[in-house]
Design a protein around this ligand. Structure first.
Ligand code: PGA
Length: 246
């Protein structure tokens, strides 16, 4: 089973989404046993997605969540609220949030815990910068990001198969530069081995970073690449579905 999750980032409008949702239901009418298709949208459009996608072959989710359960946290959105809108997934610790909004490994771990508590399936992102790759620090950086999650989670660190990890090298996000299948597989294999040490045998590991219809097949053919987190190519239904067909 491959898991393909669209990440619209801060894109969309009621009218544009309406067309996208209508289109995907028409072109992807029935669930496929070998593919899980989902889209993570900005908060204000969750109700629209829920109304359109309920009972369809496409699941939905959010792109961020508060680490707190409720209360005086102006502007924040809790995991329970996301569950209220039928979210199955939530992206946690995307590199844009880590670098632009200052999210730390510790905060990402708290968000992961909050998502799990609400019954959501968190997609937690890890990945290195170009400078870190050039300095041959990929395993160090990704290992640190994973270890921080495990260290900060209170009960069962990774509930097997419940958490999804997305490997997104920062230099490949939105740049049109994709990691080669071999480059990506090497890191996925490393992540898989790290997770195994914590008893996690079936954590799906998605690749993200300029995935498109042209490069998806070779990436998804790798043994430890279980799907994709897709930004730019998810904004158009046809390019998103072309990845699913690949
Ligand atoms: P991209 O984004 O596919 O546009 O590179 C991926 C992501 O940031 O999740």
């Amino acid at each position: 089973m491959k898991i393909l999750v669209g990440n619209w980032k801060m894109n969309g409008s009621l009218a544009a989404n309406q067309a996208w949702l209508h289109d995907i239901k028409a072109k992807y009418p029935t669930p496929r046993a070998d593919t899980m298709l989902a889209v993570c949208v900005p908060y204000p459009y969750l109700a629209q997605c829920q109304a359109a996608l309920q009972g369809s072959a496409v699941a939905w989710g959010a792109q961020n969540v508060s680490a707190e359960a409720q209360g005086a946290f102006t502007g924040e959105v809790s995991a329970a609220m996301l569950a209220d809108f039928g979210c199955r997934f939530v992206i946690v610790g995307h590199s844009e949030r880590r670098t632009l909004m200052g999210e730390t490994d510790a905060l990402v771990a708290k968000k992961l815990q909050a998502a799990l508590t609400a019954g959501l399936q968190p997609i937690v992102c890890v990945g290195e910068t170009l400078a870190e790759r050039e300095a041959e620090q990929v395993q160090q950086v990704v290992g640190r990001q994973l270890a921080a999650l495990v260290a900060h989670l209170s009960i069962t660190p990774f509930i097997d198969g419940k958490i999804i990890v997305a490997y997104e090298p920062l230099w490949a996000i939105g740049t049109g530069k994709t990691a080669s299948p071999e480059q990506a597989e090497a890191v996925h294999d490393f992540i898989h081995r790290q997770l195994l040490q914590h008893g996690q045998v079936s954590t799906p590991i998605l690749y993200g970073g300029s995935m498109n219809a042209q490069n998806a097949r070779a990436l998804l053919a790798m043994p430890n690449i279980h799907g994709g987190l897709i930004g730019g190519a998810s904004l158009q239904v046809d390019s998103f579905l072309a990845i699913a067909h690949a």
